[in-house]
Write a protein of this length. Structure first.
Lengths: 270, 323
C-alpha cells in the first residue's frame, strides 16, 4: 500500500454492556508513521475501544486488524506479543518492585531460556539476566528515569510512575503503543516532558495511538484525530479540520475552546 | 536492601546449624520425631510459598498433594520392592502431574475458585484413601513402609533420618531462593502485584500460575513421601483439611512470600502444640487466639517484626541525634 501502510484497522466495532451500547459501529485506521488520537467526552467509549483492541474486553461485533491480520481470536498476551503495547489510565505497575524490575518484566515475554537453565547452566542464565538489565537501563536512560532505577515503584511520584509504565511497555519492543490518557494527573511541566518523550518514542519508529482529554496534548501530538461521542464516531481528520468541525465543537471541543458556543448550544438543547 | 537480604541469609544458615545441633543435646525420641516433622513441614511450606506466598493464590489442597506423594512412595516401595529413592522421584512426578492436571482447570478462573477446587481435591483424595481399603488399607493405613540407605549409611534411626531430611530441605531451600530470584520469581510476584498488567506485557498469566502451582505440588508431594518413609506408617485420617490449613497458617505466621519467614513459620507452628501442651483442654482455643492475633497485628508474619524493630530503633536514634 506504499506510504499509506496501515498498522491498525478497526472495522465496525460494536460493544454492548447489557443493552447499553458503549461503542457503536466504530471504524478507523491507524496509519504507519502517524500519531493517531481518539478523543471524546467522558463515557464516549474511548477506554472500551482500547480494551477491545488489546483484548481485555471482547467486542460483540466487528473486526480488528493488526498489520493486516485479524487479531480477534488471539488472547490478550498474544496480541501484546505481536507488538501492541499499552499503558493504563490508572497506572498498573508492580508496585512492590523496583523500577528496574518492573522494566525487566516488560521484556520477559521475549526471553526464551528455560527455567532449568536458571538452575543448571548459571552462566547462560546470568547472561540473559544481564541482557534484560542492560536493556532496561538503556530504556530508563531514554525516558530520563535512570536515577530512580532502584526505587520501589510505590514510593515514586505519580508522574514518574507513569513514565515507568511507558518504559515497561517500551521494553516489549512494541510496534504500536496505545496510550490511555497519558497526560491525566500530570502537572504542566511533567506534561511537557511526557509529550517530548512520546515524540522521541515516535521517532524510534513506534506508532502511537492515544486517548486523551487534554486538548493541548492532542493538538501538540497527533496527526490524525478520531472523535467519539456516545460510542459513535462523529468526526475524523487532522487537527485543523477537527477544530473547525461544528459537530465536534458541540459535543466536545466547546468545553475549552469555545465556551460561549457550548453554553448557547446547551441552552438551546434544554 | 541488599544488606538486609544477606543478613537474612546468615540468620537462615544459623537456624539450620542450630537445628542440626539439636539432636546432639536431646536424646528423647519423641522430640526427634517432632524435629523430623518440623523439617518436612518446612519443605512443604517452601513449596506453598510459591503459589500462595509469591503468586498470591490461596491453595487449600496441600494435604491432598502431600497424601498422594506419601501413598505413591509408600505403596510402590512396600508392595513392589522398588527402591525408595525411585519411588520418591515417582512421588515428585505425581506432584508434577497434579500441578499440571489440577492447575489447568482451576487456574483458568480468577478469584477463589482455585481455593475451592484445591479444597475439594484434597477431600476427594482423603475419601478415596479412606475407602479404597484394598489398596490403601483405609483408616488402618499402610504399615511397614521401608526406610532406605544413603550410600553405606542405613537411615535406621530417627536421628539419621533427620539429618537426611535436613539436607534435602536445605537443598530445596537454596533451590527456592534461586527460583525466587530468577525471572520466574519475578513473574510470580508480578501476578500478586497486578494481574491486569501481566497480560498486557505478553505474558500468559495462566502459565505463570500453573508453574507456581506445579512447583508447590512437587515440593508437597516430596514432603509427603519423606513423611511416609519416616513414619513408616500412613493413614488417611492424618491428611485432613486441618493439615492443609495448618500449612497455610505456617506460611502466614512466618511471613508470606519470604523464605526465611517460611522457616520460622514451620518451626513455630510445629512447636506451638508442644509448648502449649500444659494448657490441657484450653490448648486449642489458645492456639487459635494466638494465630488470630498474629493475623490481625502481624499480617506480614513474624518476619516483619524485625523490620518493625529496626524502624523503631532508627526512629529512636534519629530523635537522639536530633537532640
Amino acid at each position: 500500500m506504499g506510504n499509506e501502510e496501515i498498522v491498525l484497522e478497526v472495522k465496525n466495532l460494536i460493544k454492548k454492556f447489557d443493552g447499553l451500547v458503549a461503542v457503536n459501529d466504530l471504524s478507523f485506521k491507524v496509519k504507519k508513521g502517524r500519531i493517531h488520537a481518539l478523543i471524546g467526552p467522558n463515557g464516549a467509549g474511548k477506554t472500551t475501544t482500547v480494551n477491545m483492541i488489546t483484548g481485555t474486553d471482547p467486542q460483540n461485533e466487528g473486526d480488528i486488524l493488526f498489520c493486516g491480520k485479524s487479531i480477534l481470536k488471539l488472547p490478550v498476551y498474544s496480541r501484546a506479543k505481536l507488538g501492541i503495547g499499552r499503558t493504563f489510565q490508572n497506572i498498573k505497575l508492580f508496585s512492590s518492585m523496583t523500577v528496574l524490575e518492573n522494566l525487566m518484566i516488560g521484556a520477559q515475554c521475549n526471553t526464551n531460556q528455560h527455567i532449568l537453565t536458571y538452575l543448571v547452566n548459571l552462566k547462560k542464565a546470568k547472561a540473559e539476566e544481564e541482557l534484560l538489565k542492560e536493556k532496561a537501563e538503556v530504556i530508563l536512560d531514554f525516558i530520563g528515569m535512570y536515577r530512580y532505577k532502584d526505587e520501589i515503584v510505590s514510593n515514586l511520584a505519580y508522574g514518574r510512575q507513569k513514565m515507568t509504565e511507558l518504559g515497561r511497555t517500551l521494553m516489549m519492543d512494541p510496534k504500536l503503543i496505545l496510550l490511555d490518557e497519558p497526560a491525566a494527573g500530570l502537572n504542566p511541566s511533567e506534561r511537557k516532558t511526557f509529550i517530548d518523550i512520546i515524540w522521541k518514542v515516535f521517532e524510534q519508529d513506534i506508532d502511537i495511538f492515544l486517548i486523551e482529554h487534554n486538548m493541548d496534548v492532542v493538538m501538540n501530538l497527533s496527526h490524525d484525530i478520531t472523535v467519539l461521542n456516545f460510542g459513535c464516531k462523529i468526526a475524523e481528520g487532522g487537527s485543523k479540520e477537527i477544530q473547525n468541525n461544528e459537530e465536534v465543537i458541540t459535543a466536545y471541543l466547546g468545553e475549552g475552546y469555545r465556551k460561549k458556543m457550548m453554553e448557547k448550544e446547551a441552552g438551546a438543547n434544554a | 536492601m541488599k544488606k538486609i537480604k544477606s543478613k537474612q541469609y546468615i540468620v537462615m544458615a544459623a537456624t539450620f546449624v542450630i537445628l542440626a545441633l539439636v539432636p546432639i543435646f536431646i536424646n528423647n525420641n519423641y522430640y526427634i520425631t517432632i524435629l523430623n516433622q518440623m523439617v518436612i513441614n518446612m519443605l512443604v511450606v517452601f513449596g506453598l510459598n510459591f503459589i500462595t506466598g509469591l503468586t498470591g493464590q490461596m491453595n487449600l489442597g496441600t494435604a491432598g498433594i502431600y497424601a498422594l506423594g506419601a501413598y505413591t512412595s509408600a505403596l510402590l516401595s512396600r508392595n513392589f520392592g522398588i527402591s525408595p529413592w525411585l519411588t520418591m522421584i515417582a512421588a515428585v512426578f505425581v506432584g508434577f502431574l497434579i500441578g499440571r492436571g489440577l492447575g489447568y482447570p482451576s487456574l483458568k478462573m480468577r478469584g477463589v475458585y482455585l481455593s475451592l477446587t484445591t479444597l475439594a481435591f484434597s477431600e476427594i483424595v482423603r475419601i478415596f484413601a479412606t475407602n479404597l481399603v484394598s489398596i490403601t488399607g483405609g483408616t488402618q493405613g499402610v504399615k511397614n513402609i521401608p526406610r532406605f540407605a544413603v550410600g553405606f549409611i542405613q537411615l535406621d534411626s530417627n536421628v539419621k533420618y533427620f539429618y537426611f531430611v535436613l539436607i534435602v530441605t536445605i537443598v530445596l531451600c537454596l533451590l527456592s531462593i534461586k527460583i525466587t530470584h530468577s525471572k520466574w520469581g519475578r513473574e510470580f510476584r508480578a501476578v500478586k502485584d497486578n494481574v491486569d498488567a501481566i497480560e498486557s506485557l505478553g505474558l500468559d498469566i495462566k502459565k505463570i500460575k500453573i508453574r507456581a502451582f506445579t512447583i508447590a505440588a512437587m515440593y508437597g508431594a516430596l514432603g509427603g513421601a519423606l513423611y511416609a518413609h519416616f513414619n513408616q506408617f500412613i493413614t488417611s485420617t492424618s491428611f485432613t483439611t486441618d493439615l492443609s490449613i495448618s500449612y497455610v497458617i505456617m506460611l502466614m505466621i512466618g511471613g508470606i512470600g519470604n523464605i526465611f519467614g517460611n522457616i520460622i513459620g514451620a518451626i513455630v507452628i510445629t512447636l506451638l502444640p508442644e509448648l502449649l501442651r500444659f494448657l490441657g483442654d484450653y490448648y486449642q482455643i489458645t492456639y487459635c487466639i494466638l494465630v488470630l492475633l498474629c493475623a490481625v497485628f502481624l499480617p506480614n508474619g513474624l518476619i516483619s517484626l524485625y523490620g518493625k524493630a529496626r524502624h523503631l530503633y532508627e526512629k529512636k536514634s534519629a530523635v537522639k541525634g536530633g537532640e
